[in-house]
Every structure is written in structure tokens, then in C-alpha cells.
Design a protein around this ligand. Sequence first.
Ligand code: MN
Length: 234
Amino acid sequence: MSFVFEPKPQASVAVVGTQDRFPIRRIYCVGRNYVEHAKEMGFTGREAPFFFLKPSDAAVPVEAGQTGSVEYPSLTHDLQHEIELVVAIGTGGRRIKAADTQKHIFGYGVGLDMTRRDLQGEMKKQGRPWCIGKAFEQSAPIGPITPAAQAGDVANAEIFLQVNGNDRQRSNVSKLIWNIGEIIEHLSAAWDLQPGDLIYSGTPEGVAAVVAGDTLTGGVAGLTPLSIKIAAAS
Ligand code: MN
């Protein structure tokens, strides 16, 4: 048997402290999961968590100490950053209870949920899927994964994003509306989680537009920071 064309190599991301890499299966994302971000998007109150996906080949893995490159995408005039704690699943499962989630988590990383906000807004208005606003090329930059045992207290870690050295987002993971255990409980009730799944857990307030030439540096205390530069559209 041979393929009719060469299949793409498996997308993967570095793992801190080893040469081995974490192979990416699916990229799940949680919407509106910090109160102050929900407010800036025009929502209040505790909604049930909801999810969207990005294709695994939207991942832009960035090595430790490097600055990744993300091309300014097509169709938009409002590309926005969302800094997020990313949970990396090492052991799959379905109907996982929040209290049992630790053994399913391989580790944690820092990710950017890049968003074509104008297109997302248009889709929201029309009641259509968010795909064009969220699931486009290079929309999921991600830094190295730190194994859970070495990641420290991520549930209470500071999370931040700077653009060209200036603070844009700064909050704490403790402010998640739905915490990591609850996210995994809800997610695994709807989908079968498998090793290699990444979960972008939501962004705090301060989301804003970037332009070509901007350098974005974000982090979660205890994890390897993530830097990308926005390249001009080609
Ligand atoms: Mn997000």
C-alpha cells in the first residue's frame, strides 16, 4: 500500500526536559472562560462552558527561546491575541469526572488563540459557525509543554501577554470561570478525549488587535513563555 500523495508529518510540540515531542491530535478551545473577558465581549453571568476546535495543522509550535512567525491572515482587519493556558492530554477518556482529571493531564503549555475578531463577530451576528474567525491557518501558536509534575501550581499562576514589550493582558489562572477539572469533565462528556489533545482554556481580559511587525510575548508563571512575531501578509 502506498499513499496517492505524501502525507503530512505529524504536528508536534516540544516537551520541556526531554528531546521527545508531544504529538498533537485535536485542538479544543473554551469560549469566554474569564469573567472580565466575557464582559468585554458583552456577556455576563456563568454560562455552561462551550467549545470550538481548531485543526491540528493550525498549530505553530515555537521552541524555547525562539520567536515564532505567524503571517497576518487573509480577509481580516482585526486580528486579535488571546493568551491562554493550554492543557495537554496524555491519557484519554470519556465522561471523566473533575476530581479524576489529574491522571489524564500530561502537562501544560502557553498558547495563543489568534482570532479574526471581525469575521467572528459577523458569524455571531448571523448565528453561523465561528470557524472562519477561529480555525484559520497558523491560528494556534504554542510553546513547549511542561510535564504536570514540573509545572508548579498552574491553577493559581499569573498569565500575561505583552505586545512590543507593553502589557495587554495580565490576570491569574485562578480567575477561570470553569477550572481545568471542570473543563475536562464537560469536554469529555461531549467528545472522547485522546492522548495528544490540547485544550486552550480561555483568555483573560485585554484582547486587542495586532498588526504586522508586532512581537507578542506571553506566559503563565512556571511554564516556558511563548513569543511570536506577526509577519506581513503575503
Ligand atoms: Mn480563546
